[in-house]
Design a protein around this ligand. Structure first.
Ligand code: CP3
Length: 340
């Protein structure tokens, strides 16, 4: 079946389009009253992630409510560490916690990886198949994974952190174990993304959410080579790489064999264009907090950004939308782009 709205995919593939497509990272989530209602009726976040027809339902909610140009499968990046052998808990109002963490080579050696791990995530693939069917080709469906470094940081740290100093210490003090873990993650992520594409994902995005805490040298050694390996292995669908805080690596990002580069809100659009060139497809990058502002401001900044990027651009925020963002601010942002 042909997609009814393929603006997002055509832009990702480098075509010139009538207007830029728009969607929001974390659009499937707490900004929507229908999400909050469903979520309140369940035992927790993981029940939603692990029940395919419910994950499909919340994936489609923002397409119905906001009329965005793409859907992103409802899931979490932490399903990969879990299936490799480190169970996670999502603690209400706190965030993810790993009761067991990785502290050395012995722990790394115990992890399951590659096909043996990735093929266990059948509930994710089933959610994609259901979503694809129920979306009925209205818009493309995005699949995703955490980048190896970002997943390593949770597995070593045991949860979120301001500094991620434990994870960084691991890189400095046990580089061999770090590389072994990154290899295992990379192997698993490649199969996982291929499985997601086979189950219906039209594009896959890699989230390197903690790129920005590494030094440029560490980023070049412990993150980029693994992202490159993933990009090189995926040729079944376009790939977006979103590395938050990695403006210092912009030149190297530009050389990645991926179709789209995601930009965070600290990156000046003119700077990104200067480094990446006019033709590189970019995604982003309004400050999520702008959506709290008066609508005139939202419109003004959105139009300014679209103007500076000047095409080959997928409109999005510079990181996930915050849960308490007013829905009318989100709608103003989407409608501004859709009226172009
Ligand atoms: O973008 C979407 O709409 C799709 C769904 C999605 C979720 N997590 C749902 C979610 C995606 C793409 C993710 C990715 C993810 N998860 C990342 C990378 C993107 C980023 O934000 O940098 C990271 C770092 C995680 C790990 C994670 N999951 C954290 C730190 C948290 C807790 C913080 C929070 O927002 O509460 C989660 C939970 C989570 N993942 C929620 C949602 C909707 C909130 C769960 C709830 O309580 O309902």
């Amino acid at each position: 079946m042909e997609l009814k709205n393929d603006l997002f995919l055509r832009t990702a593939k480098g075509e010139k389009t009538e207007r830029p497509p728009v969607w929001l990272m974390r659009q499937a989530g707490r900004i929507l009253p229908q999400y909050r209602k469903l979520r309140a009726s369940l035992s927790g976040f993981k029940e939603l992630v692990e029940t395919p027809h419910l994950a499909a339902e919340v994936t489609i909610q923002p397409v119905d409510e906001l009329d965005v140009d793409a859907a992103i499968i409802f899931s979490d990046i932490l399903v990969i560490p879990e299936v490799m052998g480190l169970e996670y808990k999502m603690v209400e109002k706190v965030g993810p916690r790993f009761p067991e963490t990785i502290s050395g080579m012995d722990d790394v050696n115990r992890l399951i990886s590659g096909k043996n791990a990735a093929d266990e995530l059948e509930y994710v693939y089933e959610a994609l198949r259901i979503t694809k069917r129920e979306l009925n080709d209205r818009v493309p469906l995005i699949g995703f994974s955490g980048a190896p470094w970002t997943l390593l940081s949770y597995m070593v740290e045991g949860g979120g952190s301001k500094t991620f100093s434990k994870a960084k210490k691991f890189l400095y003090t046990q580089p061999e174990a770090a590389h072994a873990l990154l290899d295992k993650l990379t192997e698993t992520i490649i199969i996982y993304l291929k499985n997601k594409i086979a189950a219906g994902a039209d594009l896959v995005q890699i989230f390197d959410s903690w790129a920005g805490i590494l030094s440029p040298e560490q980023y070049n050694e412990f993150s980029l080579p693994y992202i490159r390996k993933i990009c090189e292995a995926i040729d079944e669908a376009p790939v977006t790489v979103f590395a938050k805080g990695a403006w210092f690596a912009m030149e190297n990002m530009g050389d990645l064999p991926c179709q789209v580069i995601g930009l965070d809100w600290n990156t000046k659009p003119s700077f990104a264009r200067r480094i990446l060139g006019e033709k590189r497809v970019v995604q982003g990058n309004l400050d999520p907090c702008l959506l709290y502002a008066p609508h005139d401001e939202i419109r003004k900044h959105t139009l300014e950004m679209v103007n500076v990027f000047g095409g080959h651009h997928i409109v999005n925020l510079g990181h996930g939308v915050y849960p308490d963002t007013p829905l009318d601010g989100v709608k103003c942002f989407v409608d501004t782009v859709k009226s172009l």
